[in-house]
Design a protein around this ligand. Structure first.
Ligand SMILES: [Ca+2]
Ligand SMILES: [Ca+2]
Length: 336
């Protein structure tokens, strides 16, 4: 056996059985190196890709060359069971479980500032309804009570955690020793080696490939994919990197601040929109928001068809909803 192979095997033993080993060609040099990713993470070899799309929603334009260096990313969205371990270990209280601060919301009564979160409820009519009127502020809704105080997550331990804000995701990431992905990292990973495809699996929509909404949103969910709400993570086929639910199930938070354009990222390496002052959502100017990616179980072909790698939405950092969660990245460990 060659000396180099022996060194790699010894390094694996030292790192322990919980680490998986990936040997790859380094982006920065010509020598082979071995990188270990933590359990249930996948090594994504860096590269250059066309980020965004010129063929869909305006905020996805323009499609530009962007380079990302290699990184590890979670195979799955973070689950209720994983988040419960974090809360058990730290006593962390999520934003949705706290009352809105009086100094920031002086015009609201104490009752109006009570803890809660936004929950999707389909309209009780098939007549046209006002945009976004299907979102309801539900007192007592939080990650442990996804539909309000009378709901719970028993039996949903392996579903993605929801009602999570950027601040909550950052706290979990710090505890577990990982980071939120940048938008560029997330999109590169979501494409799963199909760099120019519309979807994570190819160019044709299929209800079998992701937890989305079939039927006319927000009135009729035909559940052709088997799920009306969130699905257990990993219920649908993975993409080319063996990553699950990069399309649909829940939207996923990223590190980037949202802007309607991101032309400054063209031809850059490892870009991140790090300045909240440059955040701009034309629908709500003056409110800095983070980019979320991947779409959710509420995205339908007739509305918000954003179960695509290039698609993006904006999410206010201090509010949470029943269809937003997250997954994390890490650098991995160089073992030779
Ligand atoms: Ca579904
Ligand atoms: Ca997802």
């Amino acid at each position: 056996m060659k000396k180099k192979s022996l060194i790699i095997i010894l390094a694996c033993l030292i790192l322990g059985a919980t680490l998986s080993l990936f040997i790859h060609q380094s982006l920065w040099g010509n020598t082979s190196v071995a990188v270990s990713c933590p359990e249930n993470m996948v090594w994504i070899q860096g590269g250059t890709f066309r980020m965004g799309s010129d063929s869909h929603y305006p905020e996805e334009r323009s499609a530009d060359n962007v380079t990302v260096k290699g990184f590890c990313i979670d195979k799955y969205e973070v689950t209720n069971a994983q988040f419960a371990k974090f809360v058990e270990a730290t006593g962390y209280i999520t934003v949705a479980e706290l009352p809105l601060p009086a100094d920031r919301f002086p015009n609201l009564s104490e009752a109006q500032r009570a803890p809660g979160s936004l929950v999707f409820m389909p309209p009780n009519t098939d007549k046209p309804v006002a945009e976004l009127s299907w979102w309801h502020w539900v007192k007592g809704a939080d990650w442990k009570h996804p539909e309000g105080v009378n709901s719970n997550i028993v039996g949903r331990e392996n579903h993605p955690v929801v009602h999570i804000t950027y601040e909550d995701a950052k706290a979990y990431a710090k505890w577990v020793g990982k980071s939120l992905p940048t938008e560029a990292q997330w999109e590169f990973a979501a494409r799963g080696k199909l760099l120019d495809a519309v979807y994570t699996w190819g160019n044709k929509y299929s209800a079998k490939n992701a937890n989305t909404w079939q039927g006319t949103f927000p009135y009729k969910n035909k559940q052709e994919d088997g799920y009306i709400g969130t699905a257990p993570v990993g219920s649908f086929p993975p993409n080319g990197y063996e990553l699950y639910d990069m399309a649909g199930n829940v939207w996923e938070l990223t590190e980037d601040w949202y802007s309607i354009t991101r032309t400054q990222m063209a031809n850059s390496t490892n870009p991140v929109a790090a300045n909240p002052k440059e955040s701009l959502d034309p629908r709500e100017p003056g409110v800095a928001k983070h980019v979320i990616k991947g779409g959710s179980y509420l995205c339908a072909p007739n509305y918000c068809s954003r179960y695509r790698p290039a698609a993006r939405e904006a999410q206010s950092p201090d509010s949470s909803t029943s269809h937003i969660g997250f997954r994390l990245v890490s650098n991995g460990v160089l073992v030779n």
